[in-house]
Ligand binder design. Structure first.
Ligand code: PLP
Length: 364
């Protein structure tokens, strides 16, 4: 049996007729940049997850850039973040000339460690970029307590965690702002690029809205140096359709994760956990194994696709060499990077495929 790591075909074939009809309507109405489809999506996204407002954007990286500007980050500021993430989480910090300060992660959730944040604070610390990695919510209460004590601006990178809740609250609405990616492989994927920005502060939303479109509160008046970070109309129309299915897709991801957790029986595997404060939306199902390359080769022989997400922690990436981190500095993140393997995880996996992944793993 073949179990691909990811297959976007079944979801897009199932929605094909509905999506193409919506695209035709957007096309005929020439609603190409922002417009009614994007506004509808923003409203539904807000009501679904309990945000006051949402701003649709052109990627998950753009709202991270905007977040840094809204937080007032700039040269000379230190922003504490996690090394165990996709690079983009750090770009927003670097784009504005601030310095990323990488701290270690928790050994079980693989999210940023609140204790490590507390130890890294200096008079220059201005903010924290939290990443809910693989869809797992980070320990927000502890992080917000530290942030309040030191007057720090907290960005939640929810690119992988759309719909995840921390103690019943949607991630993205707990910190000072939240950012989302709708890259096609994400839990809520556009057919192209897309992202969103949310904040519980009206003033932050106003600033983000201004920066999204050329710093322009009215046509040809520019009160700030802004960007073109607009979401396009086609993506808004597609995301409107897909958002209706997200709860069911998340439930299916959770059922698959539950089966992996109960079915995989190997003492040499470290499985992900479900913390008491809230369950992951399982963007990835990632485990740690000391011989992950041999394990991957074995799974490949059994027809099971896997990926290494992420093989190199950010503090050791060449682009941040000037920061001077050496191997061994952040041992938990380095341990996870050296051992992580992600299994197939998408809602359209069949029960038989899930069982095949488990059988293959247990036979290693
Ligand atoms: C954690 C994280 N942050 C940010 C991004 C950036 O999103 P995008 O690729 O839409 O710019 C991604 C996804 O690629 C991500 O996984």
């Amino acid at each position: 049996m073949q179990v691909p790591f990811l297959n976007l075909q079944p979801q897009h074939q199932a929605l094909r007729t509905e999506v193409l009809a919506a695209l035709a309507a957007t096309y005929d109405a020439t609603r190409f940049c922002l417009g009614a489809d994007v506004e509808n999506f923003e409203k539904t996204f807000s009501t679904t997850f309990g945000y006051a407002r949402t701003l649709g954007m052109n990627s998950g990286t753009s709202p991270l850039h905007i977040a840094s500007l809204c937080g007032g980050f700039g040269p000379g500021d230190e922003i504490i973040t996690t090394p165990f993430t996709f690079a983009s989480s750090c770009w927003g910090i670097s784009y504005v000339g601030a310095k990323p300060v990488f701290v270690d992660i928790e050994p079980d959730t693989w999210c940023i460690s609140p204790a490590a944040i507390a130890r890294a604070i200096t008079p220059k610390t201005k903010g924290i970029v939290v990443v809910h990695i693989f869809g797992q919510p980070a320990r927000m209460d502890e992080i917000m307590t530290i942030a309040r004590q030191h007057n720090l601006f907290v960005v939640e990178d929810c690119a992988q965690a759309v719909g995840a809740q921390y103690k019943g609250a949607s991630v993205g609405g707990i910190g000072d702002c939240g950012t989302f990616s709708f890259y096609p492989t994400k839990n809520l994927g556009a057919c192209g690029e897309g992202g969103a920005f949310v904040s519980r502060h009206a003033a932050v939303m106003d600033r983000a809205q201004l920066l999204r479109v050329h710093g322009s509160p009215k046509r040809y008046t520019h009160t700030a140096v802004g960007f073109n970070f607009r979401m396009d109309g086609f993506q808004g129309a597609i995301l409107n359709i897909k958002l209706k299915h997200l709860a069911a897709w998340t439930a299916r991801r959770r059922a698959i994760a539950a089966r992996y957790l109960s079915g995989i029986k190997r003492p040499d595997v470290q499985l992900p956990i479900i913390p008491a404060y809230g369950e992951s939306v399982w963007h990835q199902f990632t485990l740690l194994h000391p011989q992950r390359d041999t394990l991957r080769a074995h799974l490949e022989k059994w027809g099971v696709g896997t990926e290494i997400i992420y093989p190199g922690p950010m503090h050791l990436q060449p682009c941040y060499a000037e920061l001077g981190y050496q191997p061994g500095r952040l041992p938990v993140a380095e341990h996870a990077s050296a051992r992580c393997v992600s299994l197939p995880m998408f809602p359209e996996l069949t029960d038989a495929q899930v069982e095949h992944v488990i059988t293959s793993l247990n036979a290693f």
